[in-house]
Design a protein around this ligand. Sequence first.
Ligand code: NAP
Length: 248
Amino acid sequence: MQDSSPKLALVTGASRGIGKAIARALGEAGFIVAGTATTSDGAEGISAWLAERRIEGAGFRVDVGSNESVAELMENLQSSLGAPAVLVNNAGITRDNLLLRMKEEEWSEVINTNLNSIFRMTRACLKPMTRARWGRIINISSVVGSSGNPGQSNYCASKAGVEGFTRSLAREIGSRGITVNAVAPGFIETDMTGSLPEVQARELLQKIPLQRLGRAEEVAAVVRFLALDGGAYITGETVHVNGGMYLA
Ligand code: NAP
């Protein structure tokens, strides 16, 4: 980082999977890291894990689906590590079902956790970034936000929404020195994809030119690039990290 004072990076959903790899990559790049989990045990686990790697920072509990919980997180952050200069909106869930069978809760839960959360978290972090005239907002989308996927109309709608939000906010706050980008992973080896039936996993590999699932570290490397000075002139973009499975 060119700026000598370390900046704070807030990563939601840092207890496992892609978020954990992002927390590590940003920590190793010199950021102080605030990583979130949905439980206090998870938050403590993040604190311990960061300490083991000698990364400055801590774990915090938040439910990104709740205004109250996000407000509480921001207060806790403010009184401990300060205001984030980098926000990585990574927390996300799936509740897959064919539309005809999809319950309203399955739709709402996914939209609330994956999309409304981005509005909530970003709005909560924006003022200090605007004051500092520097900020990086990085939203984790998904390849299926562009390609679509049967059984995932709720999830695909949420991720397409994330990308529209990204483009719009990039235009809105570019003049304040804040970039807003999305990173759209393909199929990455995490708990989220661990439950894929074997037949489906085999069919999936046939659609990926690089013939393997991606690694969380390969997504984290792109987030790190966007957060550092190399990514300073990129805004409003969705960067795909999918082994070639979707080429627009
Ligand atoms: P994961 O392994 O299932 O982990 C999900 C993370 O989100 C966990 O840290 C979890 O916290 C947190 N989380 C879940 N609900 C939350 C809530 N309401 N409030 C706050 N945090 C919450 O997921 P992943 O595979 O790493 O996915 C991370 C992101 O990448 C998601 O946005 C996902 O849509 C996107 N993505 C993943 C893939 C893939 O192949 N894995 C592909 C494309 C996009 P707890 O540990 O406390 O539950």
